[in-house]
Design a protein around this ligand. Structure first.
Ligand code: PHE
Length: 458
């Protein structure tokens, strides 16, 4: 692997590749439903604050560790200190657990793309359509298999670069189209005098705050920015020394936040306008239940065309992320066991498919099986985002504070220009472990049904 390590050409190359990994279903599917569930405007505010302080600091730290060592997670932690390589291993498990259920959602996107291409916006907008689809064993398995197979074929053929090139064109179009759809939603809500949803999403209301707002915003931050799972370390290992690390981190953060904000602006107010405030608690299905209604309201031709274009763009965003997940798992296994790339891809495909089946069936025939009271997909999502990622993040910060020194990271950033927010970085790296530990404990208690919601409500 190491011999082949090439550099990204310039800053734009790095930012776009990292943004390709970061921007995906996390922004379009996950962010809106969490924002809806955990307080709207207050969630947005908490997310924003965490993102520019902690998210930024961890992003800088990971990229710098990668660039400093020139290695991906396992090797990088090992190089910092032999005793730390176990952190790389925990980090490596996370993408392997995310890939399967990520592909289940990718399958939902593929299904909706097919629905809009065949001109069925109206059917997709009917109540219960989504539930019928995810509850159907054959359909949910088929679309899940299609998405994960597409990911594997791209990784197997080594054409990721091609896909990334296409997505560099698709991503800006996705942003522009999302602005258009968000404008449509805001205007049509405004015309009908339905301001409730917009206000809920945009105005921080402390009465909606609970500890789960912080817990879920923090988990979302890791997920959305591809942090605390070694991925940004790998990207950093490819980064040239003369590319500004600090401004790259700002740009990835800005892009990631922007897409999530827009997705929320489309989905959250629409939910309130179609199904009232009670609709906000729909969970993982929110995007798929709501968007068809929005598109259907655009009229039958426009709705189908815009819906199809939108879902193609979402599919590309999802694919660039799933490719980066699968790549990571494949290269870890390859490095460790020294087996061929093709075989490794097939092993990962098989393993991820098997692991994804329960998540795909958890809304249908296996819905009776509900670990910790969650559907199976949400359970995997919980384990990775709310448990493993905070653990990796805590350990990463501790390594920076006590094994190496924050100064080592700051020096690495300084190589490519003065680190303007060095003080913020240093403060965050010291404060974060305690904060994260509290969040981790709350998340686990909450999952076992011990709620502190009342305790921390304003
Ligand atoms: N950040 C991606 C998203 O928002 C998901 C992802 C996580 C991709 C980890 C790669 C690695 O969809």
């Amino acid at each position: 692997m190491e011999e082949k390590r090439s550099n990204f050409t310039g800053k734009i190359g790095f930012v776009l590749a990292a943004a390709g990994s970061a921007v995906g279903l996390g922004n379009l599917w996950r962010f809106p439903y969490l924002a809806a569930q955990h307080g709207g405007g207050i969630f947005l505010l908490v997310y924003l604050i965490l993102s520019v302080t902690f998210g930024f600091s961890l992003m800088v730290a990971e990229i710098a560790i990668g660039r400093k060592t020139g290695l991906s997670a396992i090797g990088a932690f090992n190089k910092l200190n032999k005793k730390c390589s176990f952190i790389g291993y925990i980090a490596a498990i996370i993408p392997a657990l995310i890939l399967p259920y990520y592909s289940v959602i990718g399958g939902w996107v593929t299904k909706y793309l097919s629905v809009f291409i065949s001109g069925n916006a109206k059917t997709a907008a009917t109540d219960g359509y989504f539930e019928g689809f995810i509850g159907n064993t054959a359909q949910s398995l088929f679309f899940f298999a299609l998405f994960i197979a597409a990911t594997a074929i791209i990784v197997l053929l080594g054409v990721e670069k091609g896909v990334e090139k296409v997505s560099k064109i698709m991503m800006p179009i996705l942003v522009i189209l999302s602005i258009g759809i968000a404008a449509f939603v805001c205007i049509s809500n405004g015309v009908q005098g339905k301001w409730e949803g917009l206000i809920y999403y945009l105005k921080p209301d402390f009465s909606h705050f609970s500890i789960m707002t912080v817990v879920s915003a923090m988990g979302q931050l890791f997920y959305s920015m591809s942090l605390a799972m070694g991925i940004m370390i790998t990207y950093g290992s490819y980064m040239k020394k003369d590319v500004s690390l600090e401004s790259s981190a700002h740009q990835i953060e800005f892009f990631d936040m922007g897409v999530a904000f827009l997705a929320g602006l489309i989905i959250v107010p629409s939910v309130v306008s179609y199904s009232g405030i009670e609709g906000l608690n729909k969970g993982p299905g929110l995007m798929f239940v709501t968007l068809p209604k929005v598109f259907n309201d655009m009229g039958s031709i426009a709705g189908n065309v815009i819906g199809a274009v939108f879902f193609i763009l979402v599919l590309f965003a999802a694919l660039t992320s799933s490719i980066s997940l699968m790549e990571t798992v494949v290269s870890i296994i390859q490095d460790k066991f020294h087996i061929g790339r093709k075989i490794t891809c097939l092993i990962v495909l098989g393993g991820a498919f098997l692991l994804g089946v329960p998540s795909a069936l958890g809304f249908g025939i296996w819905s009776g099986f509900a670990p910790l009271g969650m559907d199976i997909l949400s359970f995997f999502d919980f384990i990775t985002n709310s448990v493993l990622m905070p653990i990796v993040a805590i350990l990463t910060c501790l390594v920076i504070c006590y094994v190496i020194r924050p100064k080592d990271i700051i020096d690495e950033v300084n190589v490519s220009g003065r680190f303007k927010l060095a003080k913020l970085f240093k403060g965050m790296i010291y404060v974060a472990p305690a904060l994260l530990l509290v969040i981790l404990i709350f998340a686990i208690f909450e999952a076992f049904g011990i709620t502190f919601g009342g305790l921390l409500k304003f």
